[in-house]
Design a protein around this ligand. Structure first.
Ligand code: PA5
Length: 445
C-alpha cells in the first residue's frame, strides 16, 4: 500500500492553479487508460500487465534458476532503461551484507525477500558508461569465475553497451566452450544488430515488446531476468504492479492522481526541480530508476521538473544546506518505508543516568534507531517546509517484491499523467539522440 501526504505543500500552490485542475488530471488519467493521448502507441507497459503472460514469467524464473545454479556472476550489459530497473529492484531487495536467508529475515533486517542461501550469483552491470578502467577491472574480477552475460539492448546499436559487449563476448569465447549458452540476449523481436547476432550464434533470446520504451521496461524480460537470477520472486513483483494498475484504474481519487496533480501545480507555480529524498540506503537505486523515468519522460519543450535524488542523512550534511537555504526552486518528495523492521536500540551507557556522557547523547539512549529515524524524517520535513520547500510524503508499508511492483507501476502512471498535463509526449526521448549524433560524428561514423 502507498500512502501520500500532501499537506506540507498545500501553501505553495497558488489557489488559481487549483481551479479546474482536478478535471484535467482525471482527463489525463483517462487518456492513459484509453490510450487517447500523445505517444499512446508506447503504452504497451500497461497491456503486458492487463494480460499477464504467466508462461513467460515461468520461463524467465527457470532461466534465472539455471543462472543461479551455474553462475558465480551474471553480467548485465545495458544502459538507461536497459539496466536501471534491475539495478533498482535488486538493490532494494538485497541484504546490505552477504548473509543467509535465515539471518536476513531475523529481527533486525528490513529485507522481507532476501534471496535464499542457495547459490546466488552476483549481478554486476556493464555498458552503462565508457570507463575502460571499470571494464578492465571487471574482466580481472571475473577471471576464474563461472560467468553468464545478459546483453540487453532494444535497438541493439547503442554504443556504450555495444562496445562493452564486444569486449565481454571475446572474453567469454576464449574461456567457455558453452559460451553461446551463457550469453542471453534481450532485444527487439526482429530488428537490430543484436537480434541478427543472436540468431547467428544461437543465443537464447528474450523480446522487448515494440510498444514498451526502455524506461518502462523493468517488468519485461529486460528487468525480470536479472531480478530472477538474483533470486527474487518476479511473479510477485509483476503481480504487485498488476494489482496497483487495477487499483489506480478504478479510482479517480487515487493518490497517484493527487501526486501527479501536485507535481504539476508546483511546476506551474515556478518550481523547477523535484528532489526524491530517501532515508533508507536500499531505496537509492530506485531513485536512479525514478530519475530516468521522470527526466526522460517530462524533460521536453523546455518543460518538466528536473528530477534529483538525495540519500539522507548522508546528504543532509551536504545538499541539506542547499535545500534549506539555497535558491527557492526546489520541491521535495520523501519516499519512506513504514516498517523498517529494525529493533536495534541506542545503547545506554553507565553515565547516562546522571546525563553526563562525553558524547552528549543521553537523550537518545534506549530509543530504537527506528524512532530516531522517524524524528529525523519529520524534523527534516518540517525544517525544509519552514525554509520554503514544498514537501510531499510517499510511504510504502513494506519492502518486498509485491510492494516494489506496485510502486513501479505507481510512478509509471504518475509520469504518464504528468506528461499529458504538461502537454508533451511522455513516451519519446528525442533529446537523448542529440549527444549520440555529436559523439558519433567525432568518432567518424
Ligand atoms: O528509456 C529509453 O528508451 C533509453 O534510456 C534506452 O533504454 C537506452 O537509451 C538504451 O537503449 P537500448 O536499449 O536501445 O540500447
Amino acid at each position: 500500500m502507498i500512502t501520500l501526504d500532501l499537506h506540507r505543500s498545500d501553501d505553495f500552490v497558488a489557489s488559481h492553479l487549483r481551479e479546474g485542475l482536478e478535471n484535467r488530471v482525471v482527463a489525463a488519467h483517462r487518456a492513459v487508460i484509453d490510450k487517447s493521448g500523445a505517444g499512446s502507441e508506447w503504452i504497451g507497459w500497461r497491456d503486458l500487465l492487463a494480460t499477464p503472460n504467466d508462461a513467460l514469467l515461468e520461463e524467465i524464473s527457470r532461466q534465472g534458476q539455471e543462472i543461479r545454479e551455474r553462475a558465480d556472476v551474471l553480467v548485465c550489459v545495458g544502459i538507461g532503461g536497459s539496466y536501471l530497473g534491475a539495478d533498482a529492484v535488486i538493490g532494494a531487495l538485497s541484504p546490505y551484507f552477504p548473509s543467509t536467508k535465515e539471518q536476513a529475515q531475523g529481527e533486525v533486517s528490513l529485507f522481507e525477500s532476501a534471496p535464499s542461501s542457495q547459490q546466488t550469483p552476483e549481478v554486476l552491470f556493464a555498458g552503462h558508461h565508457l570507463s575502460g578502467r571499470y571494464l578492465s577491472e571487471l574482466l580481472a574480477y571475473l577471471e576464474g569465475k563461472s560467468v553468464y552475460v545478459n546483453m540487453i539492448s532494444k535497438s541493439g546499436t547503442t554504443l556504450e553497451p555495444g562496445i562493452a559487449f564486444r569486449v565481454l563476448r571475446d572474453w567469454m569465447e576464449d574461456r567457455f566452450e558453452d559460451c553461446d549458452r551463457r550469453i542471453i540476449a534481450t532485444t527487439d523481436a526482429e530488428r537490430g544488430a543484436l537480434r541478427t547476432l543472436a540468431t547467428e550464434k544461437g543465443y537464447r533470446t528474450h523480446i522487448i515488446p515494440d510498444d514498451v520504451g526502455g524506461r518502462f521496461s523493468v517488468l519485461t524480460p529486460v528487468g525480470l531476468l536479472p531480478i530472477a537470477a538474483a533470486g527474487f520472486d518476479i511473479r510477485s513483483l509483476f503481480y504487485g504492479a498488476v494489482a496497483m494498475m487495477k487499483e489506480i484504474d478504478t479510482r479517480d481519487d487515487h493518490p497517484a492522481l493527487a501526486y501527479a496533480s501536485r507535481r504539476y501545480a508546483l511546476h506551474e507555480s515556478g518550481y523547477s526541480t523535484e528532489v526524491l529524498s530517501v532515508f533508507e540506503p536500499a531505496l537509492s537505486g530506485l531513485g536512479g530508476w525514478w530519475q530516468q523515468l521522470f527526466g526522460e519522460s517530462e524533460g521536453k519543450e523546455h518543460k518538466g521538473l528536473f528530477p534529483a535524488t538525495c540519500l539522507f542523512s548522508t546528504d543532509l550534511h551536504s545538499l541539506g544546506q542547499y535545500l534549506q537555504e539555497g535558491r527557492r526552486n526546489v520541491t521535495e518528495t520523501f519516499l519512506t518505508l513504514k516498517d523498517d523492521r529494525g529493533h536495534l536500540a541506542v545503547p545506554e551507557w553507565d553515565s547516562d543516568s546522571d546525563g553526563s556522557t562525553a558524547d552528549g547523547l543521553s537523550f537518545v539512549a534506549g530509543k530504537s534507531f527506528s524512532d530516531v529515524a522517524q524524528a529525523a524524517l519529520h524534523g527534516t520535513m518540517d525544517a525544509h517546509v519552514q525554509g520554503g520547500v514544498p514537501v510531499q510524503h510517499l510511504e510504502i508499508d513494506r519492502l518486498d517484491e509485491n510492494a516494489l511492483g506496485g510502486l513501479i507501476y505507481f510512478f509509471e502512471h504518475v509520469v504518464a499523467i504528468g506528461g499529458y498535463l504538461l502537454g508533451i509526449n511522455p513516451f519519446d526521448q528525442p533529446g537523448v539522440e542529440a549527444y549520440k549524433r555529436a559523439m558519433y560524428e567525432r568518432l567518424g561514423r
